[in-house]
Structure formats: C-alpha cells, structure tokens
Design a protein around this ligand. Structure first.
Ligand code: PLP
Length: 648
C-alpha cells in the first residue's frame, strides 16, 4: 500500500522536513534494540559499530554484503560479527566484576556458555578464545556437548557444567576430565543419576564435583516460564534433594556436593523475578550448608534477556533491566540472604546464552519480488453514462475524512459488491466491474492513511493496513533460518540495510521461499509497539534490495529444518579491524541440493544415473539429440551442486 506522505513515527519527529537517515533510525528503532552495536549512517546505510578503546568504528553492512558476493557467497546468508561476540563476553564479565567490586562481594564470577544456544563450531571456538581471559567456561546438556566442551576448553580455571540426563559413558568422560584437573561439575537433575555417579567414581577412584538442580517455586513471566514452579519437568523437588543429601552422606561423599543450580527459564523480562529466584536459591544454598555440604558455587542458570523490541518493558520480547542491573541484583540478593547467616560468598555462575550470542549474527536476504496491493490511476471523474454505483463510489472517494471513515468504508464495500452483483447478471461490463473494484480500493487506501487521525477506530478498520499491505517475497526460509518466528511468535528487529535516507513508502508483510502459508512474517517491532506491517522501499529495476533480520545468534541455527528442502544458508564470519576494514575470517558454503537430498536418504549419484537412463531412452526414441542429452545431463549435475535458495 502506498503511504502518504511518510510513515508515522512519533510526534517528536518533524515530518515536514525531507526524509533522512535519522527518520529511518527512529522508524526502525535501531538505537533501542541495537544496544550501541547497530545504527544508521547519514548516507543511509545500516552500520555495525565496534568499540576499540575510546574509538568507535562503523562499518556499513552493505559493504560486507558486496564483499560476500564478490567471494561467491550468495544470499541468503548468516553474517556473524566476531567483534560483537567478543564485546558481549567482555561486557558480561566486566559487569559482574564491577558489581562484585562495588558491593565488596568476597568471591568472583565464572560464566559458562550453554552450548545448546549455538553449537556451531566456530561460535564455540570464538567463545573459548575470547572467553579465556575471563575463564569463561561451557555448559553441556548432552554427551555430544560434553565432548565439544572437553575439546574446546582453554584453561583449567574455566568450568564445565554438565546438565541433562547422564548415562555411564557421559559420567566416565566427566570423571576423566576431573582426573585431568578440569573443574567439571555433574549437576543432578534426578535422584537416579546419583547411583551411576557414585558407582563409577568408586570404580575409577575419582572424586566427582557434584551440583544439584533445584526446582524453584518462584514463577516467572515470559514465554519460558515452565522451567520453574512445581510442575517444572526439570530439577529436584525438595524431598528428592534431601534424598540426594542422605545418599551422599551414607556414601561418605557429601564433600563432593559443592554447587547449587537453578534455572528459571530463558528470556526473563522482569528483573523482580530474577531477584526473587536468587533469594529462593539462597535459602536452599544455606540449607545444604546446614546439612554439612561444603558448597562454594551458586549457578543462576540462564534467563538474562535480550531486548528484541527495544521497549525496555517487561513484555515477552523485551526486558525491564540492563546488564549492570542484572549483575547488581544477583550480587545484592546473594549478600542480603547469606550475610546474616555468616555464610561465605560463593562463586557466582551464570549460564547466559541468549544474551551472549544473539547480537553477533544477522540473517541477510534479498527481496525477489513484490506483490503490490494498490489502486490503479483513476479518471478524474466518472465516465459518461456511468452506473449510479460508480458515480456514488466517486463521491465517497471525495468525501472521505477522519470523521467519517467507518461510513465511507461501509459504503465503498456496498457499492462495489452491488456492481459485482450486476456483473454476475450480465448487467455490467468487465470494465465497469474493474473500475468499481479499483475505486473501492482507492477509498480503502485513503481510509487507511487517515486512520492515525481518527478518534475511534473499529476492529474492521484497524485490520485495513495489513489487508492492503504488499507482500515482499524474500530469498530465505523461515523454517530453516528463523524457526522461532514460526514456533513461538518470536519478534526480531528487521530493517533494510541500505537506502535508509529514502522514505520507505510501502507497507508490507514478508513471505519466504517456501510455499507454506506459515512461511511469512507479519509481526514487526516499531517505536509505537508491535505492528502487522513493515515500512519498506519500492524496488528499483536492476537493483537488489537487501533486508536484515537482526539478533538471530541464539537458538535459530540448529532448530531450523529442511522444509521444502531449503538447506543451511551460507555463513560468513567477519572481524572488523581498527582501521575500519574487515577480514573474512571464515566462510561456509551452505547446503547444496545434493547435500539436502542425501539428508533425506536419496543417493545423488543414483539419481543422476536414473536421469541419464531417461535421457538415453529419449535419444533412442529420437526425441532428443545426443548433444541435447549432454546439455541436459550437465544442467542436472550443475543443479545438484547448486545452492538450495534462489540464485541470480
Ligand atoms: C537453555 C538453558 C540456558 C540458556 O538460557 P539463556 O536464557 O539462553 O541464557 C542455561 N541453562 C540451562 C540449564 C538451559 O536449559
């Protein structure tokens, strides 16, 4: 739908001036969700901002995209900015250090990154590298993840925390790590695991480090609230916890119990829930010390949120606190609870995943096509001998004003439908019907544009902008690259990465390459709350239009599936340097068609052989020539090795 004259942003912005990059920055809220890592440059490009001491370097994302294309890395692609991962690790560790120092807390912080949040080898390698100066460790929820952790750990002051169900093999691996001097904790999720741990450690003669995951009664807001509360499927109930303590006592192993673990859930938007959770965990911590366990570590799990909306509120996709506040609240709550009991301060562990990696990745894609929904140019007045309904539609079009939107809406649909009825009965021509439909559309557009000025808007009218919006077809698969949008209505900030000094005059929803009606994005963040449409620019002939979905570094990559056999996208890891240039540190070519076919058990060689046989039969029957056969076989082979997405 064509917007007039500019998209509405907020009242502060002077819309009478010419559109500038500043307008775009406000419209897409980049400074709210971008957390100083993203911005819009004066010449209209989305930029990544990287800090080098006092110096800020800004790199236009479009420059990196051009570099990618030159290297044969087509859209869609995941772009990772290594510096941002580095910066997040630094900020998290430094924020805890500051809080600890200011509160005079008598122990330190040790972060562990939960591998499940992004298992990609180069992400884990980068976290291990950048994290080593803070002894940032890893959290493993399965045998495979423990194997990753053991192979990536850089120093013996970092921790490995093992959650999840553990079998004998898992436990033996962890015990060997213990023997080598690695601080590898087994966190008990169920009482049953303890028997295997005791049996194996006795057999191998190695003392394990044991933690207990408790089930907090504190409930949290947000989407992942089921990790806490009485019905949580994770953690030990209070009586199961006592069973564990008693069994450890009997086995003379209580000295191994050193860690208390709790995880309230991911993306906790409200700081009060975090504080309440820490207080409750402290009661358990104190109780275990009373029982005679040495303790020494308290693990607050994940939950540190990302403000996807940039709203700084306690809504699901936002957060009402900052990083510093998070750290202060945890440190203070620990002191408040433990100091009166004269309990020494434990090492603070957090398993922050989302907050560490979300910022560093973005999904880039080009727009392939637009299906516009707009009225064609109309004659200035009704043609001679027009039907009454058409004359009426013309006067409704003139008459629309903010005071009579509903009335005009009703009338436009009424006259349009009457004309369709006449057409059915052979009393109107195809041209008359087209004119009526076009007039009605023009009226609806006008109504939609006047909605912001109306005093009261019915539900019917509220739905108009979405109904009239364009569909922009993007070169990506929602199911492969943004599974949380489909699965849990996750909101991610989306914005064009160039042309931001031009007014985005279209209102659109996004559709992906799958022919699935769920493969669309129709919820967008905006400075005035969640909107059904996204303001975008008109496509220009012969010029690509690029969009980016930001903050997709957490949970999106391995949850993705092969819907319609669109495979993994290309991935590029870029490191920005102090001079404002950037190095392509790593590049991974996404799945080829042969790759995805073999995932679902096809044999590409056999398929080629079958195709060859069909072609040979066609040669035999004289339907194609031999050179033609060669050409076809070549095309078949080329496609097999090509990208699963749209290639230009
Ligand atoms: C998923 C998970 C995390 C990560 O949570 P974030 O909110 O992404 O930081 C941490 N710990 C456990 C036990 C988890 O299951």
């Amino acid at each position: 739908m064509q917007k007039t004259p500019f998209p509405t942003i907020d009242n502060e912005l002077d819309l009478s001036t010419e559109w500038s990059a500043e307008h775009s920055a406000r419209l897409y809220g980049v400074r709210d969700w971008g957390s100083d890592y993203f911005d819009v440059s004066e010449d209209g490009n989305a930029v990544v901002s990287v800090q080098f001491g006092e110096k800020t370097i800004q790199v236009p994302i479009i420059d990196i995209v051009n570099g990618m294309r030159e290297r044969g890395l087509d859209m869609p692609a995941v772009l990772r900015i290594e510096n941002l991962l580095d910066q997040r690790i630094t900020q998290l560790n430094e924020a805890f250090s500051r809080a600890i120092e200011e509160a005079d807390y008598k122990n330190h912080y040790r972060g562990v990154f939960p591998i499940k949040v992004n298992q990609q080898c180069h992400v884990i390698e980068e976290i291990a590298d950048y994290g080593s100066r803070y002894h940032h460790g890893l959290e493993a929820g399965s045998k495979a993840e423990l194997i990753i952790a053991l192979s990536q750990l850089r120093d013996h002051d970092s921790l490995i925390v093992c959650n999840g169900y553990k079998d004998e093999e898992f436990i033996e691996l962890g015990l060997y790590a213990r023997q080598m001097g690695i601080k590898c904790f087994f966190v008990l999720e169920t009482a049953m695991e303890l028997d295997i741990i005791l049996e194996r450690s006795r057999a191998l003669g190695i003392d394990p480090l044991i933690g207990v995951r408790i089930r907090l009664a504190s409930m949290v807001e947000g989407h992942w609230n089921e990790d806490s509360g009485d019905r949580s499927i994770f953690g030990l109930s209070t009586s199961a916890l006592l069973g564990v303590v008693d069994k450890l006592k009997q086995a003379n192993m209580l000295h191994c119990l050193q860690l208390l673990h709790s995880h309230l859930g991911s993306q906790i938007p409200n700081i009060r829930n975090i504080r309440t959770g820490v207080m409750e965990a402290c009661r358990f911590y104190a109780g275990l010390i009373e029982e005679g366990a040495p303790m020494g570590y308290i693990d607050m799990g994940g939950g540190l949120a990302v403000d996807y909306e940039g709203a700084r509120s306690n809504s699901t996709h936002s957060m009402n606190y900052g990083l510093d506040e998070y750290c202060y609240n945890i440190v203070e709550a620990l002191q408040e609870s433990l100091d009166p009991l004269d309990i020494p301060h434990p090492v603070i562990i957090s398993e922050s995943g989302r907050a560490l990696v979300a910022y560093s990745s973005m999904l880039l894609f080009n727009v392939l096509e637009v299906r516009e929904h707009k009225a064609e140019p109309l004659p200035a007045e009704a043609p001679e001998d027009s039907h009454d309904h058409i004359i009426n539609l013309f006067s409704v079009l003139d008459y629309v004003s903010p005071e009579n939107l509903q009335e005009c809406y009703n009338d436009s649909l009424y006259y349009r439908d009457e004309m369709r009825e006449l057409f059915h009965h052979g009393q109107a021509t195809i041209r008359e019907r087209a004119l009526a439909e076009n007039l009605a559309l023009a009226i609806l557009e006008k109504i939609s544009n006047l909605l912001p000025q109306a005093r009261r808007v019915s539900q019917e009218l509220e739905a108009l902008p979405e109904l009239l919006s364009d569909i922009y077809y993007g070169n990506f698969s929602l199911f492969q690259s943004l599974p949380d949008i489909w699965a849990i209505d996750q909101l991610f900030p989306i914005m064009p990465i160039h042309r931001l000094n031009e007014a985005p005059v279209r209102d659109a929803v996004l559709a992906d390459m799958t022919c699935d009606c769920d493969g669309k994005i129709d919820n967008f963040i905006s400075p005035t709350g969640v909107k059904k449409t996204l303001p975008l620019h008109e496509l220009k002939d012969g010029e690509e239009y690029y969009l980016s979905v930001f903050l997709v570094g957490a949970y999106q990559e391995t949850l993705g599936d092969l819907h319609n056999l669109f495979g993994d996208t290309n991935v590029v890891s870029v490191h920005i340097n102090e001079e404002g240039g950037f190095d392509f540190r790593r590049e991974f070519h996404g799945d080829s068609i042969a790759d995805v076919l073999s995932y679902v058990e096809y044999d590409p060689k056999h398929m080629l052989e079958q195709f060859r046989r069909i072609a040979e039969e066609a040669v035999r029957d004289g339907r194609i020539s031999v050179p033609m056969r060669q050409k076809m076989l070549h095309a078949f082979k080329e496609s097999m090795h090509g990208y699963t997405f749209f290639e230009r």
